[in-house]
Design a protein around this ligand. Structure first.
Ligand code: AMP
Ligand code: MG
Length: 423
């Protein structure tokens, strides 16, 4: 692993309010501290989806390998195309995709050709079959064609020696296909990050067990599993840890030895049973532990040994907000992604009234949709309690109100982060 900035050069102490850190500064600190994985492995192409390339991947061949036809039609010589009127060409053979035409297209002749078939020698142009008339063994070609039309040149997609994928590219469906297109069946990728997860709280029970009075089923570990799986992390499930200094200490130590990142939820605020921050302080270094955000104000970030530590809040919605806003970008950096895809962001007209406090970033759960005229509108899901996980089920986006934004009246344009993406 390599750390982006020398640890010695990093100032862990925030100059302003020591407790409440602006979101932008929290992001900067994460970028400055999160280490990048350098271990690599070779994987089969069919297992490569979501992985990040460990080297520039170079095409060993031209794609396409041969100049070929983009249409079903007739391969002709450009010099035979009539400037005006028509011209008759004698059809001397046919070629299908995967075949080779052994002869040449001489002056005054044409070869019947199918899409993808290699262009016969002598020909440099294809005329669509719909644009000719057939008379026995001849085709009649009119004016208006262009030399070179309907032809795909060898190497037009990729040339032999071209860098098809740069180091640090996340392999998505197009990248998988591109690798296959020049015949690669394995690819060198960076090791997946090992992320240790546990929930803290004496009240927590795992699903599948009986729920006693006052107990809460541990949902955070499951939303976290889902979010981590989606970005391609390997999860080390450390279960539920009681609100107890010794237990926390022991589990965090173990996690720091086994994992590249540790994610906990709960126990990070200033309650009587909140020991996460002091555990981080005891075992590593705290970069921040409170940010000017809602929901998600208590969020501890630091480094323990070589592992990045994220102490997320306990409330289930706050876990998801802070994961998407801070942990996900950090893990993308850790995974070696060179140009992480930017968080999708668009503007829509808000039809709800939203209260906003200055000096913090607020994330509202909301539904983005089109009105009758096709205009994008967004409305709050209503209740804003950060324990109400059903609001995340109902939402398909966040409305983001930045530090300096004021309360929103219906009809105002707002910034929206959609949950969904095309690819
Ligand atoms: P805490 O920050 O530990 O005080 O937790 C804040 C709230 O989130 C409390 O109501 C907890 O019961 C709840 N909570 C904490 N962890 C979880 C979890 N893993 N699953 C569901 N709710 C949780
Ligand atoms: Mg707790």
């Amino acid at each position: 692993m390599v750390t982006p900035e020398s640890k010695a050069a990093v100032d862990f102490c925030y100059e302003g309010d020591p407790d409440l850190l602006p979101v932008s500064e929290a992001r900067r600190r994460i970028v400055a501290h999160v280490p990048v994985i350098t271990d690599t492995e070779s994987v089969a192409l069919k297992d490569a989806l979501g992985r990040v390339t460990a080297e520039d991947v170079v095409s060993s061949v031209d794609v396409p390998g041969h100049t070929n036809s983009a249409m079903d039609g007739y391969a002709v010589r450009g010099a035979d195309l009539p400037q005006a009127g028509t011209r008759q060409l004698k059809v001397v053979g046919a070629v299908l995709a995967g075949d080779r035409f052994e002869g040449t297209v001489d002056e005054g002749t044409a070869v019947r050709i199918m899409t993808g078939a290699p262009l016969p020698e002598g020909a440099d142009t294809v005329i669509m079959q719909e644009q000719v008339e057939i008379e026995g063994e001849r085709v009649i070609v009119g004016a208006g064609h262009r030399q070179g039309q309907n032809v795909r040149l060898a190497g037009e997609d990729l040339r032999r020696g071209d860098v098809a994928l740069r180091k640090g590219t996340r392999i998505m469906p197009a990248e998988l296909g591109l690798l296959a297109s020049f015949g690669r069946d394995r690819v060198h990728v960076l090791r997946r990050p090992r992320v240790a997860c546990f929930s803290t709280g004496d009240e927590l029970r795992s699903p599948g067990h009986a729920r006693k009075f006052g107990a809460v089923f541990d949902s955070n570990r499951y939303t976290l599993f889902g979010m981590l799986a989606r970005i391609g992390a390997e999860v080390i499930d450390l279960g539920i840890v009681a609100d107890n200094r010794q237990a926390l200490n022991r589990v965090v130590k173990e996690a720091a030895e086994r994992a590249d990142a540790i994610i906990t939820s709960g126990g990070v605020s200033a309650g009587d049973a909140d020991y996460v921050k002091e555990t981080l302080e005891a075992l590593g270094r705290v970069a921040f532990w409170k940010i000017a955000i809602r929901p998600g104000r208590p969020l501890a970030f630091g480094i323990i040994g070589e592992a990045a530590f994220f102490g997320l809040p306990g409330n289930p919605v706050a876990v998801m907000v802070t994961f998407y806003q801070f942990v996900k970008p950090a893990l993308c950096q850790m995974m070696g992604e060179r140009d992480p895809r930017p968080t999708p962001e668009l503007t829509a007209t808000c039809v709800s009234k939203l209260r906003k406090k200055k000096g913090r970033v607020e994330y509202y759960r909301a539904v983005l949709e089109r009105d009758d005229r096709g205009k994008l509108i967004v409305r709050s899901t209503g209740k804003t309690g950060s324990g109400l996980l059903h609001t995340m089920r109902d939402a398909n986006c966040f409305i983001v109100l930045d530090d300096d934004a004021k309360s929103v009246e219906p009809g105002t344009e707002v910034k929206v982060q959609p949950f969904f993406g095309l690819v």
